[in-house]
Ligand binder design. Structure first.
Ligand SMILES: Cc1ncc(COP(=O)(O)O)c(C=O)c1O
Length: 402
């Protein structure tokens, strides 16, 4: 079954506003089904989770369904799915929890390819506990983080390695299974930032070898919250700070306060939407695997069109486009045009492709782009050829060749 982008686009009310959206890496647009699911919960009787009333049972069911949906999306276990306000918040929380077992002189490894949300929580928590931070660098020409860049930093004192599954600036994808092998051989834990990978590719936690995998539903057509997935057996060994009366069960132990039921229902709807991108039979996990593979092919085709177009425009520099494996995300600049000006000029043409470092500050600096960054264009499930052509036409005009 092929990917029907026109049918997909018809589900997104936001597209009626007319813009071509290349701002998906910052947050995707939302299909009608997700908006309906969120509104449906807000309109229904809902109470704190429990078994006594219809309203309590509804809340309980919403949570169970969302955990199952995320487990299906990631190839995980429902009781290993933790919900939080954002990936950033979950990562700070987990850093503080893990640090209870760290000793002065221990080490953590972070990378310059990562979004700051998978750097600063580790750096600041390490500092607070006398733990050393080792920095893994990527090759700025290729935009790739080699396994050896991490393997060379591992010692018997390494407690944790934090690495992204895909760069939100360049799209490059480190070889996580190979990194996991090295990290585990050193006796350390691997914390993977899957925020930018999850919207673009089938994900299999077992295959990746991640001990922790964090992602954000608002990047894959869902509402604004964060998810942390891990083996429940690992979560059982950890003791986060929590309120005395709140549940000590896993994963509830890690969820502070009352969960946002309406957003959880929206998350389940987003996963169901992804599973149905390409219609067909099977379990939701099977449908997700098939649909995400078809989505990946569609997005690769759009990226190919974009990259080829950019290569044909004089004065355009693309960063990290030589990466062997990339999500459909392109970072580029135009000679003699400031990125912030290009972004506003494109916006005037109805093309949303923002500029900046997008919180991948270390990455931007390591690329030589400082704190200014460049223009980022991200392909999303609703991106079609006419979107790409509108973006290319705008860039051509800005480069003085239109
Ligand atoms: C790769 C990556 N990691 C982490 C984050 C932070 O996610 P959240 O907004 O859920 O904290 C982002 C957000 O842009 C991201 O792109």
């Amino acid at each position: 079954m092929t990917y029907d982008v026109a049918a997909v686009r018809a589900c997104f009310p936001a597209l009626d506003e007319g813009a071509a959206h290349f701002d998906g890496p910052g947050g995707s647009q939302v299909p009608e089904q997700v908006a309906d699911a969120v509104a449906g919960v807000l309109r229904a009787a809902v109470a704190n989770r429990g078994a006594g009333t219809v309203a309590e049972r509804r809340a309980d069911r919403i949570v169970a369904e969302a955990r199952q949906a995320m487990a299906d999306l990631l190839g995980g276990t429902p009781t290993g799915v933790v919900f939080g306000r954002s990936m950033t918040q979950l990562t700070y929380d987990m850093a503080r929890t893990l640090a209870k077992g760290w000793r002065p002189g221990d080490e953590v490894v972070v990378t310059r390819l990562d979004h700051d949300a998978n750097i600063r929580p580790w750096v600041q928590t390490a500092e607070a506990h006398g733990v050393a931070v080792r920095w893994a660098d990527f090759d700025p020409e290729r935009g790739e983080l080699d396994v050896t860049a991490i393997a060379g930093l591992l010692t018997e004192r390494t407690r944790l390695v934090a690495v992204t599954a895909a760069s939100n600036l360049l799209g490059s994808r480190p070889d996580i299974p190979a990194i996991a092998e090295q990290v585990h051989a050193a006796g350390a834990l691997l914390y993977v930032d899957g925020v930018h990978l999850t919207p673009h590719s089938p994900v299999d936690l077992q295959g990746l070898g991640a001990d922790f995998y964090a992602c954000s539903p608002y990047k894959f057509l869902g509402p604004h919250l964060g998810v942390l997935a891990a083996d429940p057996a690992l979560l059982e060994t950890l003791r986060p700070d929590k309120l005395l009366p709140s549940s000590d069960a896993v994963p509830e132990r890690f969820e502070l306060g009352t969960l946002p039921y309406e957003l959880l229902a929206g998350t389940t709807a987003a996963v169901d939407f992804l599973a149905g991108l390409v219609p067909g039979p099977g379990t939701r996990r099977e449908r997700l695997t098939r649909s995400m593979a078809a989505l990946e092919r569609h997005e690769e085709a759009m990226l190919g069109r974009l990259d080829a177009g950019l290569a044909g425009i004089g004065g355009v520099t693309s960063y990290g486009a030589a990466s062997r494996r990339r999500t459909p995300t392109t970072l580029f600049s135009i000679d003699r045009v400031r990125p912030a000006d290009a972004y506003l000029s494109l916006a005037e043409r109805g093309v949303n492709a923002p500029a900046g470092h997008f919180y991948a500050l270390e990455c931007s600096r390591h690329l030589g782009l400082g704190d200014t960054g460049a223009i980022r264009a991200g392909i999303a499930p609703y991106t079609d050829e006419s979107d790409v052509d509108r973006l290319l036409k705008g860039i051509q005009e800005l480069a003085g060749q239109g």
